[in-house]
Write a protein that binds this ligand. Structure first.
Ligand SMILES: [Zn+2]
Length: 71
């Protein structure tokens, strides 16, 4: 039986992404694109203060954890 792979477009950059259980950043092509998209979302809803430090790789994963907890 042939496994069918779903291909989706990365919402951020439009790159083709294989939708697999192991695709950590789906539907995004990469962590970077996911963070960019979530960053846009958070900006409007959580009013993260403007801070040059926000946007560094060390800061953003915490933002994502927080969002996931609200499901
Ligand atoms: Zn992308």
């Amino acid at each position: 039986m042939k496994k069918k792979t779903l291909i989706v477009d990365c919402p951020t950059c439009g790159e083709k992404v294989e939708w697999e259980e192991t695709s950590r950043w789906k539907p995004f092509c990469s962590e970077r694109c996911k963070l960019i998209d979530l960053g846009d979302w958070a900006e409007g809803n959580n009013r993260i203060p403007e801070d040059p430090e926000i946007g560094t790789p060390n800061e953003l994963p915490q933002v994502i954890d927080d969002i996931d907890n609200h499901h």
